[in-house]
Design a binder for this molecule. Structure first.
Ligand SMILES: [Zn+2]
Ligand SMILES: [Zn+2]
Length: 376
């Protein structure tokens, strides 16, 4: 079933060669089969992961690299995993969606049959089908989703505010859920006030929490963090660290590291109190050393946190329905600017999130403000 207006061809921006700009290409507009749902892309967020994917590797430190091809990524590839679209066609077995519905796409899709997928988290799948990573993503006019269960109606939420929830929002939410038991008792530490750190602060505002103190070298980002309710925002200097200590004399129960560099992780360990947890989310790259006696004697935990589960996405959408969309600054650019947008994110100058929108989906009036309500 379609809305009767599907074009013959569809434009997408493809990664043809790692390290090179994306290339515009016209392809046959996909036709959904089985349970698939075809969306016309309305908004696609730009994420640091898109940079790693376009570079073709993650930096593992000490000169070692994890190549994307080793993870099963093939070229040409369409990036973009933070997507909102309008349903324009349904496969014959697709259920629970109407043509014209505006939806957020949960991109962290697994094989459906491995132990992780049969459990509760497809994001741990060993044969993942993540949209924008292993399957074509949203840097194009149309997007094919395997099943309607990965789609969340956004109601009146502007597409450009909803799109970042798919990765940035879910990643921040999942990291917070890993230290949820501490939130109401003590302030946590957030390292890095980029898109994810700010998202985290904004989500915390709707939770029962003692807030967070933020470590961030960039003054404009520190200001953005304070505007989103950070208890304090300091530079990673001796003065800054001394200031932090004033907020937790015995150390902090949790540090969420949204940078994930050798320096940020090493610096986080001395901030933890006994039993403290370091949750590493950022993937700047490198490696860090942790003396084993320190790990044991202080009963520390170090946990990686990558995106989140479908259940957490549902919980995040319920949170947004109650408290409104996170107030993270969003800058909108036309899809045709995709390469310039990637460069801007790489430069580190973007405060908040950049979202690409096709010409047909201009931002809704008043979209600079957070939406008051989402119909989940
Ligand atoms: Zn699986
Ligand atoms: Zn992402």
């Amino acid at each position: 079933m379609t809305d009767g207006s599907l074009p013959q061809t569809s434009l997408r921006y493809e990664l043809v060669c790692c390290g090179a700009p994306l290339v515009p290409r016209r392809v046959q507009t996909p036709v959904p089969t089985g349970s698939e749902v075809l969306l016309r892309t309305l908004a696609a967020g730009v994420c640091h992961t898109d940079l790693h994917l376009s570079d073709g590797f993650f930096d593992l430190g000490q000169g070692k690299r994890l190549a994307m091809t080793e993870r099963g990524i093939t070229l040409p590839h369409t990036l973009g995993h933070e997507n909102v679209g309008e349903v324009v066609a349904l496969g014959p077995e697709a259920q629970g969606m109407q043509i014209g519905e505006r939806v957020l796409v949960h991109p962290w899709i697994g094989c459906g049959s491995c132990p992780a997928c049969r459990g509760d988290d497809e994001s741990f799948c060993t044969q993942p089908r993540f949209i924008g990573v292993f399957r074509p993503g949203g840097f194009g006019e149309h997007l094919l989703v395997p099943h309607a269960r990965y789609l969340f109606p956004i109601g009146s939420l502007p597409p450009e505010r909803a799109a970042p929830l798919a990765c940035s929002g879910l990643t921040a939410f999942s990291a917070l859920m890993k230290v949820e038991d501490l939130l109401a008792r003590e302030p946590i530490v957030i390292v890095g006030a980029g898109g994810l750190g700010l998202m985290c602060l904004s989500l915390l505002q709707g939770m029962k929490s003692r807030g967070a103190v933020v470590i961030e070298p960039d003054a404009a980002k520190r200001d953005a963090a304070l505007a989103l309710g950070a208890v304090a925002a300091v530079a990673p200097t001796a003065d800054g660290m001394a200031q932090l200590a004033g907020h937790a004399a015995d150390g902090f129960g949790a540090v969420l590291d949204f940078v994930g560099s050798a320096t940020s992780t090493s610096n986080a360990i001395p901030l933890l109190r006994k039993g403290g947890r370091l949750v590493v989310v950022g993937m700047y790259g490198g490696a860090f050393e942790l003396p084993i006696p320190t790990l044991v004697l202080r009963s520390l935990s170090v946990q990686g946190s990558y995106v989140g589960s479908l259940d957490e996405m549902g919980a995040l959408m319920a949170h947004v329905a109650r408290h409104g969309a996170p107030e993270v600054p969003v800058s909108v650019r036309p899809l045709v600017d995709v390469n310039a947008a990637l460069l801007a994110v790489r430069s580190g100058q973007v405060v908040g999130r950049t979202v690409l929108m096709s010409e047909a989906s201009k931002p809704a009036a008043g979209s600079a403000r957070p939406a008051a309500q989402v119909v989940a």
